[in-house]
Design a protein around this ligand. Sequence first.
Ligand SMILES: NC(=O)c1ccc[n+]([C@@H]2O[C@H](COP(=O)([O-])OP(=O)(O)OC[C@H]3O[C@@H](n4cnc5c(N)ncnc54)[C@H](OP(=O)(O)O)[C@@H]3O)[C@@H](O)[C@H]2O)c1
Length: 297
Amino acid sequence: MTYLILGANGLIGQQFVKLCRGKNIDYVGTRFSREKGDLKKVDFLDPDHMREALENLCPTPTAVINCVNLAGGVNFCEENPGPARKLHVESVKQIVDWCNNKNAEFVYFSSDYVFDGENPPYKEDDPTGPLNLYGQLKLESEIYIREHMQHYLIARTTNVFGWDPDTPTPNFLMYLYQTLKEGKNFNTPAYLYGNPTHVEDLVKAALELLDKKHYGLYHIVGSGYIDRYDWALKFCRLAGLDQSKIIENKEPPKNIVPRPFLSNLNIDKVKKLIQTKLHDVDEGLQMLMAEMQKSVR
Ligand SMILES: NC(=O)c1ccc[n+]([C@@H]2O[C@H](COP(=O)([O-])OP(=O)(O)OC[C@H]3O[C@@H](n4cnc5c(N)ncnc54)[C@H](OP(=O)(O)O)[C@@H]3O)[C@@H](O)[C@H]2O)c1
């Protein structure tokens, strides 16, 4: 059994690497701009050469786990629709077709941004309505996967976090941590609600679903729901950081790329099938504190 982990040095990808090592699952990993260990460079903005690169790297994968993301996120996608489509749709289609040829399973991470945030909480089969290009492209890939594959796992997730203070693509809490460590103020969107999701829970849940062959579309997020301001304050209190540097923004800026402000994903479907606990906000922060203390020791 070999897992091919694409984007294996990112937030979600490196957690797959860690858990595969712990479970003695063979894996091969790719990266893009940052060298790391024996990860091989593959460029998903060049979908035509991507298949050849994957073929050379791992000709018979049991499962392909796509954790690739475009640096710059939602804003970058909106401003760069060409590269965004290449990475978020064209490369995914290539991988799906390749997986089908290889009889390999496929794991894909989608987003709460497939919804408009008007009617939360959302179940898996609720109507979608993305507000921005990133959400549209994620949805387009979801549809292609569902129409062309049998053995797939699509995990819609959001607000993923874990301890990684040196990353150049920080998650919300790491960005907050880096900013406060530099003594700067941190503007926090209090109008933005979501489900904080510890990356370990997300990846454990995905591996459990894969292991049990529960294919399909799932919401996999933490079991809590909170706005970014309160989440930031809770983190600061636990980490002993200066709360006075957190600036509460109550209204979205006029030029913000549209996004769902009230984003709450219902996780009943996945909870019925797995043992992995999807921790709430406080429990997730406690997990983060344990990682933080380990890293500074
Ligand atoms: N994080 C979240 O809160 C969240 C929420 C919903 C959905 N998702 C989805 O989950 C997936 C993984 O997200 P993440 O947060 O783990 O991403 P991330 O930490 O930003 O990692 C992105 C990975 O993609 C690689 N990469 C970047 N550009 C590439 C390119 N042109 N070709 C090939 N690889 C490239 C990076 O390699 P280098 O670092 O070497 O350049 C890195 O390994 C994405 O599909 C994202 O849409 C994430």
